[in-house]
Design a protein around this ligand. Structure first.
Ligand code: A2P
Length: 250
């Protein structure tokens, strides 16, 4: 992958808006028990301690889990990248992360990137990347740094494709991870009649169809759920596929 040549599982669990405590511990543990090996959190989610606890409770070895966290805006602006990174490690209870992302391109992100490159060279981070970067941010990054971001994590769903940016990233060999892949919390996407029709035809749920669609379009997808049944269901997407007409319909 990008900066390191390490692999990233294409399907992971996102824990945005999952509060510190039992809810996050359980979600992470259920996901790892169901076969997920990729967990995506962020300092600003306020649940890194519980993510770490869920990972340990699962019994899955740390080295078998691909763990992502993100550097928050206040720390970028304050020039506290290194401090913030070690605080995240401490909360997660781990000595490294697999992927560390600049959460948003706020003032000071260029300096933050340099510090992240140093941490990467010190083997504290296995790959570094960005999130919510538009094309012009990526172009600026390319101009100031020899290190290519491994990923750009951006919003994308059937309701907001963001395809131009995805194509740009793929052209530059930057992996794309998508957030709000199911249309986000409180969204209307999963009630869409076309999705329901496709889902029925495969004996799957609309959420499974959307996740499958993301996998087939070649992006990394990190759906969020706090329900055990849904967490399992969202990982049960490797035994069917969508044809071209269904891909286009979604
Ligand atoms: P919940 O956590 O209550 O299960 P996104 O990943 O796009 O941010 O969207 C996640 C939203 O979709 C959450 O509100 C989550 O709710 C809900 N969700 C996740 N998986 C499923 C599923 N399999 N079926 C229905 N809703 C789901």
């Amino acid at each position: 992958m990008g900066t390191t040549g390490i692999g990233i599982p294409q399907l992971g669990l996102g824990v945005f808006q999952t509060p510190e405590g039992k809810e996050t511990v359980d979600s992470v543990r259920w996901a790892l028990e169901a076969g997920y090996r990729h967990i995506d959190t962020a300092a600003v989610y306020g649940n890194e301690r519980s993510v770490g606890e869920g990972m340990r409770e699962s019994g899955v070895l740390r080295r078998d889990i691909f763990l992502t966290t993100k550097l928050w805006n206040d720390d970028i602006r304050a020039g506290r990248t290194e401090e913030a990174f070690y605080e995240s490690l401490d909360r997660l209870g781990t000595s490294y992360v697999d992927l560390y992302l600049i959460h948003w391109p706020v003032d000071g992100w260029q300096r933050a990137w340099e510090v992240m490159v140093d941490l990467y060279h010190q083997h504290r981070i296995r790959a570094i990347g960005v999130s919510n970067f538009q094309r012009h941010h990526l172009e600026e990054l390319r101009a100031i740094s020899a290190v290519r971001p491994a990923v750009d994590q951006i919003e994308s769903s059937p309701q907001f494709l963001n395809q131009e940016l995805i194509d740009y990233c793929h052209g530059k060999r930057i992996h794309v991870e998508v957030w709000s892949p199911l249309g986000g919390t409180g969204g209307t996407l999963l009630k869409d009649p076309i999705l329901q029709q496709i889902a029925e035809a495969h004996g799957k749920s609309p959420a499974q169809v959307v996740i499958r669609w993301h996998l087939q379009r070649g992006v990394i997808v990190i759906p969020k759920s706090t329900h055990e049944e849904r967490i399992r269901q969202n990982f049960d997407v490797f035994d069917f596929s969508l044809d071209d007409a269904e891909m286009a319909a979604v």
